[in-house]
Design a protein around this ligand. Sequence first.
Ligand SMILES: Cc1ncc(COP(=O)(O)O)c(C=O)c1O
Length: 397
Amino acid sequence: MTDFTATKAAFHLPEGMIYLDGNSLGPLPRAAVARIERTMRAEWGEMLITGWNKAGWMDLPARLGDRIARLIGAAPGTVAMGDTLSIKVYQALASALEMRPDRRVILSDSGNFPTDLYMAEGLIRTLDRGHELRTPAPEAVADHITDQVAVVLLTEVDYRTGRKHDMAAITAAAHDAGALVIWDLAHSAGALPVDVAGCGADFAVGCTYKYLNGGPGAPAFIHVAPDHIDRVRPALSGWLGHEAPFAFDLDYRPGAGVERMRVGTPPILQLAALDAALDVWDGVDMADLRARSIALCDRFIAGVEAACPDLRLASPRDGAARGSQVSFRFEHGYAAMQALIARGVIGDFRAPDIMRFGITPLYIGTAEIDAAVAIIGDVMENRLWDRAEYQTRARVT
Ligand SMILES: Cc1ncc(COP(=O)(O)O)c(C=O)c1O
């Protein structure tokens, strides 16, 4: 059994704040502070350049890749760390398209996170070979898998609604049609059990600053299925993905295995923080996490619906069809979220009208859910959002 009291104690949670935004940026793991300090003082400070060998900095991306692999059901040696998720989407898509040279369609959906679609558009323009991006409604994706499709590029859990695709079923349908599949696990890794190997995903990508609590700007990950690893040709052929970076050859030769998906110098301070953040997961059973997540989400939905008739549930009511977030639609959602933040309930807003709440069992329990519901009820019943100061949108919503 997972000890959720122990996992909560592993985080610094500001006094008086109910943090329901771990689906955007996870809180600070206490151990990360000492770990960063050690990396700065004892490694960077004392070892300087020799830290790349002495402190094992160069091996960190592979070592942490293996730790992430366990959380997404991937084999060791199939996950590389680095860059941002947008870059990893581009890398996966470029490699996958090259593996299906006779096909021209990239199939995504209209609920996908914009950067995935933007990166696909940019790649299509660069390739200039007549590729086409299709974005049907999430519910209709399966009907659009045809023998024209080269790659299916989907985010498992919709960032707005929390609706969850059936990864196994879509992957199987795509493979039956001869297409490859890339899963964006930004809202899945650390949020629910994922089995990339079991469902046969060709590529998976994700970030580590949300449910994995690696900190703002923490590096992304990319998984390549073992059958493909030695065949993929990295489009972003950086020197640290080279077979022998320190040979300084003039020509690129891809490195062994998933190391070839590395690009340039890894962010050591961020990786150190992430390493400390991942320690929390050592004692977590993902089935326990999922059961608690669904129970907390159900409790939150029931409480908010009972207290706030103006809020309309935007997430699936069935826990099995949902990720680890709950969203409500409200015409004045931005202002209402600002009013909640002023009262210490932190969620976020996604245009046009979505109020989004991340439910993260590592550090959120029934007490926080009930307290948040009471504050949301008060803000809505007394129209506390209807003040001039809550109407102006900040740069980050
Ligand atoms: C599903 C999804 N994909 C991609 C991204 C973009 O990631 P990054 O900013 O790390 O490139 C996000 C960011 O929230 C996301 O939610």
